[in-house]
Design a protein around this ligand. Structure first.
Ligand code: AP5
Length: 181
């Protein structure tokens, strides 16, 4: 099965997914890491948080390369984004050419209260995360729900929403296990 996990930065998608994948013995593929390796090889970034500011055409080029690399794999969980917030607006994380390469069975949206995501981002000094208000984070989560419907229409994948509030990691994992375990 091909599972794609998405969520706005700081929602905890990597934390939730690692717990689930470990228990299920599934390979995790981080889309951002594949893109970062491609971008570094082309000498256009030195830090993964710089990728969101690249020219959108360049982002789409390295995105396509990452999608093709994942398409060559068997079952896996793909850690990625429904949309990426760039200076020019939201960039689709799973445009048609990426969906066609990945062929997902399930698209998971990890969500949490916007205020809590805002706090997690500001509490993490290790990353150059975007400074966004809770209202902007809320809008981003709503936009991701809307675009997930388009991804479902294109690919035939089901869409599963998982809630990961503060202190709610175990319940989030249980929701995933109930649906996909
Ligand atoms: P990526 O590597 O996915 O980075 P990110 O967006 O910053 O996401 P993170 O993995 O850092 O955050 P997370 O939401 O998984 O949260 P975490 O588990 O760490 O992407 C990097 C870049 O690649 C993107 O910016 C983009 O440029 C590019 N990219 C990727 N995919 C792309 C695509 N398809 N198209 C184009 N570009 C793409 O948790 C955060 C914190 O919260 C942690 O401290 C954790 O301990 C805490 N936490 C988690 N859950 C809980 C809980 N229940 N209670 C309390 N604390 C919690």
């Amino acid at each position: 099965m091909r599972i794609v996990i998405t969520g706005v930065p700081g929602v905890g998608k990597s934390t939730v997914m690692e717990g689930f994948a470990r228990a299920q013995g599934l390979e995790i593929v981080n889309f951002g890491t594949l893109m970062f390796e491609a971008a570094k090889a082309q000498h256009v970034v030195t830090d993964r948080d710089q990728m969101r500011s690249l020219d959108p055409a360049m982002q789409r080029t390295i995105q396509k390369q990452a999608g093709q690399a994942i398409g060559a794999k068997a079952s896996c969980i793909v850690d990625t984004h429904a949309t990426v917030r760039t200076p020019r607006g939201y960039l689709a994380g799973l445009p048609a050419w990426v969906l066609d390469a990945i062929k997902p069975d399930v698209l998971v949206l990890v969500e949490a209260p916007a205020e809590q995501i805002h706090h997690r981002r500001t509490a993490d000094p290790t990353r150059a995360r975007d400074q966004q208000s809770a209202a902007e984070i809320d809008q981003h989560q709503q936009f991701n729900r809307a675009i997930a419907a388009a991804y479902a229409m294109h690919s035939g994948a089901t869409v599963l929403t998982i809630t990961n509030p503060d202190g709610g990691l175990e319940q989030a994992l249980q929701q995933l296990r109930n649906a996909l375990g």
